[in-house]
Design a protein around this ligand. Sequence first.
Ligand SMILES: C[S@@+](CC[C@H](N)C(=O)[O-])C[C@H]1O[C@@H](n2cnc3c(N)ncnc32)[C@H](O)[C@@H]1O
Length: 335
Amino acid sequence: MAEPSPQDKVARLASGYWHTQAIYVAAKLGIADALSEGPMSADELASSTRTNPRALYRLLRALASIGIFAEDEQHWFALTPMADCLRSGVPGSVRSLAIMRGEWQYEAWGQLLHSVRTGQCAFEKVYGEPLFDHLAAHPDKGRLFDEAMTGVHGRETAAMLDAHDFSGIGILADVGGGNGEVIFSILEQYPEMRGVLFDRPAVAERATANLKATGFVGRCVVTAGDFFVSVPPGADAYLLRHIIHDWDDEKSVAILRNCRAAMGKQGKLLVVEGIVPPGNEPSVSKFFDLAMMVLPGGMERTESEYRRLFEASGFSLTRIVPTTTWVSVIEGEPR
Ligand SMILES: C[S@@+](CC[C@H](N)C(=O)[O-])C[C@H]1O[C@@H](n2cnc3c(N)ncnc32)[C@H](O)[C@@H]1O
């Protein structure tokens, strides 16, 4: 096939929300879960999902054309490797991510123009309150967000563990640790280590339930609080994965200063984020940066921006450890 023209490429990219919404609807309806026992016709699926059979058939046919579901000659649909990731509760599931992207995040992205015109957060224009307050006030969305973090960032955990040596850390505090996937994975690999998961109260409550389902109850505590007030003292290292990118410089410095105040002179700071590369280099960090502008009102940063942020918070940036994913471990020590 001929190389697509610039017009074709832009037209395809500009239609990206077709995919967002089609995947969202299949995820929301639980089509992949319904197919986990074997292929089904669109009619059967429509009756179990209370949808219109012809409309559902058209949705699944479109998704099958991009590798999500496969249609056979009898017009029955089956799972494919991509459709399998839309099942709930399976390792690597992206179902919650697909619902979150297509539902409330989609509404906020609809106001990107507002963010670009004003520099303000689109989410707050649409929902009238900051993202994390909204998630606390709407537990269904909060639960979905916690689950979706593993779909969005879960693949980074193994890459971080491969790239970065955590040995020698007796107690690791995971600040804004969310659903616990990160700290539980680290504790699994380092049997001598103990962990502290710190997050907002509603998130901490859900993380406590997750902790109980693991074998780490004796080695990990979950603590609720607000990192703008303080973080738990006395850990040897403070890990913040995708925390700093949620906030502007002033708020980021406030969080990092609280980590500095909580740790001793030998403490270690481990910020896990993407680093925006210079120039036109393609990098997912450049679109995550827009997501941060639209949703929490934060930003992705360049290496020199992280260096300045660390210095303003009482840390020296000592090392940047890249991983095979878009994130790096940015290490700091007290100055
Ligand atoms: C983008 S998520 C990252 C979660 C987790 N670190 C990960 O990498 O999957 C940001 C986390 O910061 C938490 N958070 C937001 N505001 C907070 C606050 N004021 N105090 C403590 N945690 C907060 C959120 O509840 C959420 O779990």
